[in-house]
Write a protein that binds this ligand. Structure first.
Ligand code: ACO
Length: 334
């Protein structure tokens, strides 16, 4: 039997706190009209004190396990992806593992906003070897803790939240190959590392009184260049993935790209040849939730009845690094 990894559970966890464009208008040199026109975002969620990357991630993971009609003891592996970890050490997966009461191995995969698709490919590959029956993938972020509140070019974009999926063993021997991951593509161009970064707090520039005073622990970004590269990566990687599967854009039932900017999503969908009515977006309500954006979007798409058994779904992530990864999968339970 050829094994595939199918999504059998999904869930999300979003903080209750909201920051609207009007809230930002009151403290930054910006306007609701500018933010909506240039990004498509109207509000984003913000974690309360005590709410963390691990607590949001565990809540999303718990929802996904329940949706899959499993219990924590059924999970064979946990993969967490985040760019806003619980602590520098240990990995965020250890905290999520503890909160969920898991008994399996756990590790983090880091690729910033491409983290979810990177983690999904990793988990699917491990399920496909026959080593694991159920892998829990969690994307969770608290960007409110690394975004400079006085930087209007980033403070308007990012939000907090978590999403998760359960990948389960499925057979690829059905007439259409059965549900599960069919093809993928991943890449990185490390020469773009400085385009979007938190410069201090690591080996290259350890934390000191000087790094704190200079604001080098905040995220900083060259938005225009990230924008240009993002569209290119999503299009090239999407085309490569469809080609690997011997399919075309007309076969895609739902395109779920990383939610960063409406103009990036629309430009990429147009150039890929995927109509906007087959492209999912919830960006206006959550902003960019980085590694959590795709599983949050998938959860909403499933809850809104936009995913049907047999549908072909194209997931596309891109982020700091620069990194990118695309996954083509057939929706449905094994
Ligand atoms: N409100 C009002 N004016 C603003 C704001 C703001 N919030 N931010 C910037 N401006 C101004 C700029 O200062 C500039 O003014 P100037 O012409 O007087 O110099 C003008 O607006 C145009 O600025 P641009 O940077 O050219 O604006 P652009 O249309 O490129 O939009 C944005 C900026 C929204 C940041 C866009 O470039 C973008 O979305 N880039 C991609 C960012 C992204 O997706 N990052 C995440 C990647 S995923 C990950 O790994 C985390």
């Amino acid at each position: 039997m050829t094994i595939r990894a199918a999504i059998t559970g999904w869930g999300s966890s979003l903080p209750v706190g909201r920051v609207t464009n009007a809230d930002l208008e009151s403290r930054l040199d910006t306007t609701d009209a500018w933010i909506v026109e240039r990004t498509g975002i109207r509000e984003r969620r913000v974690a309360a004190q005590g709410e963390t990357t691990a607590s949001l991630g565990a809540a999303a993971g718990n929802a996904a396990i329940k949706q899959a009609a499993l219990s924590p003891s059924d999970i064979d592996l946990l993969i967490v992806t985040t760019a806003t970890p619980e602590q520098p050490m240990p990995e965020t997966s250890a905290f999520v593992h503890d909160e969920l009461g898991l008994r399996c191995g756990a590790f983090d995969v880091g690729a910033v906003c491409a983290g979810f698709t990177y983690a999904l490919i990793t988990g699917a590959a491990l399920v496909s070897t026959g080593a694991h029956d159920h892998v829990l993938i969690v994307g969770s972020e608290t960007y409110s803790r690394i975004v400079d509140p006085s930087d209007r070019s980033t403070a308007i974009l990012f939000g907090d939240g978590a999403g998760a999926v359960v990948l389960s063993r499925s057979s690829a021997d059905g007439p259409d190959g059965g549900p599960g991951v069919i093809a993928w593509d991943m890449g990185c161009d490390g020469s773009g590392a400085a385009l979007l970064e938190v410069p201090a707090g690591g080996s290259r520039l350890p934390t000191s009184a000087e790094t704190l005073a200079a604001g080098k622990h905040w995220m900083r970004m060259d938005g225009q260049e990230v924008f240009r590269r993002a569209v290119r990566c999503v299009v090239d990687s999407g085309k490569a993935t469809l080609e690997n599967a011997g399919m075309g854009p007309e076969d895609v039932d739902l395109f779920v790209p990383h939610q960063a900017n409406t103009r990036i999503i629309e430009a990429a969908a147009n150039r890929l040849g995927i109509p906007l009515d087959k492209t999912f977006s919830n960006l206006e309500r959550y902003g960019n939730t980085s590694a959590a954006s795709i599983p949050i979007a998938l959860t909403e798409a499933a809850e809104e009845g936009r995913l049907h058994d047999g549908d072909l779904v194209l997931l596309s992530g891109f982020g700091a690094g620069m990194t990118w990864a695309t996954v083509l999968l057939r929706w449905g339970a094994p």
